[in-house]
Design a binder for this molecule. Structure first.
Ligand code: HEC
Ligand code: HEC
Length: 253
């Protein structure tokens, strides 16, 4: 899983795409990614750029999209996406299958006899490594993020029919204050926390709304899949590679 690499490609498409295509049309030479690096703040995987780093992007809609892409480092981090699956099972660690096997049930908090809170307490438990926070349960299916592009996640977050009837202001408040979101930065045991801080993440969301809440375009390569789905994907990749290799050999003859 490498959402960060994809994110760079998306950022490239957003901030320099027009420039590149005009160069190609004008018969210009190859364009390096330096153009983008000049505008997209550079951060490591475990950090978040601050809102002021985006001031260099003068086009407000593009700045808004770039802010969302940066916030997406958190949204698509295992600490968040493990609880926002597009099926009936939570994931754990790096999007691996939840052990023991549990189901979301009718209210997203488990089935009779195997409720989430029969194991997950109000806080992390040291000895057993079971993570915990109040109201532990899966995000409803309409808020699923696994397997969706950043653009799709963005559109869905803005849609009151799918986001639990929240206004944009309520979404900003949720990102900055919700207890399950907060858990992402205090996950306990040896789990890697979400990038940056919850405060910095909330600030990126607030700035995204202030700049018009523009979504990045739908780019399927930005989707993050759980480990048990990746196996299917890599099989397809292998087949594609083989086909390409066969074609290449054919061309050489
Ligand atoms: C333990 C499971 C769990 C974890 C971990 C979790 N969420 Fe959620 N999330 C939920 C549930 C349940 C809801 C729906 C509850 C509600 O709307 O108040 C939700 C709703 C949301 C929403 C509301 C809008 C929408 O359409 O999705 C946002 C935003 C959100 N989560 C962000 C995050 C972020 C960011 C993280 C990681 C830092 C995270 N969540 C981690 C369970 C979780
Ligand atoms: C029978 C006990 C049990 C039940 C019931 C249970 N879990 Fe878990 N869950 C665990 C244990 C143990 C872990 C820690 C696994 C590990 O990290 O090694 C865990 C980990 C998780 C994680 C991973 C956190 C992370 O990012 O690594 C999520 C998310 C999760 N559970 C969600 C749920 C949800 C939602 C439910 C209810 C639908 C639920 N669990 C029901 C035992 C349970």
């Amino acid at each position: 899983m490498s959402p960060i690499t994809h994110r760079h490609a998306l950022a490239l498409a957003l901030t320099a795409g027009g420039f590149i295509s005009s160069c190609i049309m004008a018969g210009g030479g190859p364009v390096t990614t330096t153009n983008v690096d000049a505008v997209m703040p550079k951060t490591s995987d475990d950090a978040l750029a601050s809102v002021s780093d985006f001031a260099v992007i003068t086009d407000q809609a593009k700045r808004s999209q770039a802010l969302f892409i940066e916030a997406g480092k958190v949204l698509q981090h295992p600490r968040c996406i493990n609880c926002h699956p597009n099926d009936d099972r939570p994931r754990q660690r790096d999007l691996e299958t939840h052990v023991p096997a549990v189901l979301r049930g009718d209210d997203d908090h488990g089935i009779v006899g195997l409720r989430c809170d029969s194991c997950h307490q109000m806080q992390n438990v040291q000895g057993t490594k079971v993570p915990g926070a109040p109201k532990w349960g899966l995000a409803p299916l309409s808020m699923a993020w696994q397997g969706k592009s950043l653009g799709e996640i963005c559109e869905q977050l803005k849609d009151k029919k799918r986001n639990g009837g929240k206004t944009l202001e309520q979404i900003v408040d949720h990102t900055a204050h919700d207890v399950l979101v907060a858990w992402g930065w205090t996950p306990g045991a040896d789990r890697e926390p979400a990038p940056g801080t919850q405060q910095a993440f909330g600030a990126l969301f607030a700035a995204w709304v202030e700049t018009g809440a523009h979504c990045p375009p739908h780019d399927p390569t930005t989707a993050v899949f759980p480990a048990d789905a990746i196996m299917k994907t890599s099989k397809t990749t292998t087949t594609t590679t083989t086909t390409t290799a066969t074609k290449a050999t054919g061309a050489q003859r």
